[in-house]
Ligand binder design. Structure first.
Ligand code: FAD
Ligand code: PYC
Length: 416
């Protein structure tokens, strides 16, 4: 495997990219694997990597029905942060944020992680008071976060409409400075390359169509490329979680909805932070290419459509132009959607299931990009030991039957 360096980059640039090396091996599907992961998004790829790296389980296949990162991993707005409310969530997401901070070095891949800070705005005195409590709860966990008054917010986001007569009058906000954005495809490719170099077979254009289960245990999977035997099977299929879990006879407490995002034409650097407006359902950041990256709430009805509806696009853009009047002159370049898997408590499910040898990573909803490293690491541990990793014990499937919900609907951000 070639080491990537500035000289390597220069050499490839000057050679017109002609001998650019393949990032992961082309693999032939084998009839038998020690472990199989369904879904070639960030979570599936990270799980396979940690199975090989941390647990020595290298006879592993990742099965992806389309192309790597073609699901939500390549469709999201790449925000990482750990400012969740409950200690169990903060612990998990902080672990993941720390992994993001070292991922470039750990996987020798530039994921372009820029920690410009994630700022949530408050639009009422009441919301400001909630933010104060929220910030304290997070600080107690040792996670960086500070409350900002109106003036400080105005300095941090000069383009924000701070008029006392603004439709969305800003009272203040709270900032996690270590939060930021990265290159989502790079995260998928980094894990794919690292997993592949440890022996994992990555198979694209391979859809799982059925599961072989007998005597309450997994025996294998049926795919469009043939049947595979395995006794350890994980699914990390985001918006299709209910479909794949249904193949095992498991009904998940998940609703699939479309979440949209869009980008403007590129402009000069003018926006340093990710600025979220939870009450208004819109958020904005600026990518390294200069495009404004814009998103809002999920479409209001369940759907497997990856496009998003016009009323949601309109309401998000209305809010953006009210809050940042200068942006009303920009052209919108692209809009897209992804299918997100939302649980009743807006927390994930990383868990064993009633079927022996079948594990799930689901319910990441609108916020699972930031969770890719910790999600992969904890699912791999759970598969290897057939026991939940301590970080995901609170996020079992059983919690819904036991009434132990971890309600993060507010901290899950703008999109809920
Ligand atoms: P995916 O990346 O969707 O991967 C699942 C894969 O499974 C897909 O590639 C799919 O093709 C494959 N698959 C499905 N069914 C089958 C089958 N039967 N056989 C084989 N393969 C199958 N999160 C954040 O933390 N920060 C954000 O800023 C953020 N913004 C978002 C913005 C948008 C517009 C969207 C849609 C999501 C956003 N998210 C964000 C959420 C985040 O993208 C997801 O939670 C995360 O990417 C889920 O990763 P995953 O690997 O589980 O799923
Ligand atoms: O989870 O931080 C998040 C997020 C931002 C935009 C969509 N999800």
């Amino acid at each position: 495997m070639e080491k990537y360096s500035a000289f390597g980059l220069l050499r490839h640039a000057l050679s017109g990219h002609r001998r650019w090396p393949q990032v992961w091996r082309s693999a032939e599907l084998k009839p038998n694997y020690d472990a199989v992961v369904i879904g070639g998004g960030g979570h599936g790829l990270a799980t396979a990597y940690y199975l090989a790296k941390e647990h020595g389980i290298t006879n592993v296949a990742v099965l992806e029905k389309g192309w790597l990162g073609g699901g939500n991993t390549g469709r999201n707005t790449a925000v990482s942060r750990s400012n969740y409310f409950y200690p169990e969530s903060t612990r998990f997401f902080e672990h993941s944020l720390k992994r993001f901070e070292t991922m470039g070095r750990d996987l020798n891949y530039n994921i372009m992680f820029t920690q410009g800070g994630v700022l949530s705005l408050a639009f009422s005195r009441h919301e400001m008071e909630i933010f104060r409590r929220w910030a304290t709860a997070i600080q107690v966990q040792g996670v960086d976060c500070r409350v900002m008054g109106r003036e400080e917010v105005s300095e941090a986001v000069p383009l924000l409409n701070m008029s006392p007569h603004a439709r969305y009058r800003v009272y203040g906000g709270f900032m996690q400075q270590r939060g930021g954005i990265s290159r989502h495809d790079a995260v998928a490719w980094a894990y794919a390359r690292a997993a592949s170099s440890l022996g994992v077979d990555i198979i694209q254009n391979c859809e799982v169509t059925g599961l072989n289960i007998s005597d309450g245990a997994v025996r294998g999977v049926q795919t469009t490329l043939g049947t595979i035997r395995t006794s350890k099977l994980a699914m990390a299929v985001a918006g299709h979680s209910s479909v794949v879990a249904g193949m095992a006879g498991i009904k998940l407490p998940i609703v699939s909805q479309c979440l949209q995002a869009m980008v403007s034409e590129p402009i000069k650097p003018c926006f340093d932070h990710v600025v979220m407006s939870p009450q208004v359902h819109c958020y904005v950041s600026q990518s390294d290419r200069g495009e404004l990256v814009i998103g809002g709430g999920a479409d209001t009805h369940p759907s497997y459509g990856q496009r998003g509806n016009l009323p949601t696009t309109e309401s998000v853009l209305n809010a953006v132009t009210e809050m940042y009047p200068a942006f009303s002159r920009l052209k919108l370049m692209r809009q897209w959607g992804g299918i997100v898997d939302i649980t009743p408590d807006a927390s994930p499910i990383v868990s064993k299931t009633p079927v022996n040898g079948f594990y799930i990573s689901a319910g990441w909803g609108t916020g699972g990009y930031k969770a890719i490293p910790a999600g992969g690491e904890t699912l791999a541990y759970t598969m290897a030991h057939d026991r939940a990793h301590p970080l995901v014990e609170p996020f079992s499937l059983a919690r819904f039957a036991q009434g132990r919900l971890v309600d993060e609907s507010a901290a899950a951000g703008v999109a809920h």
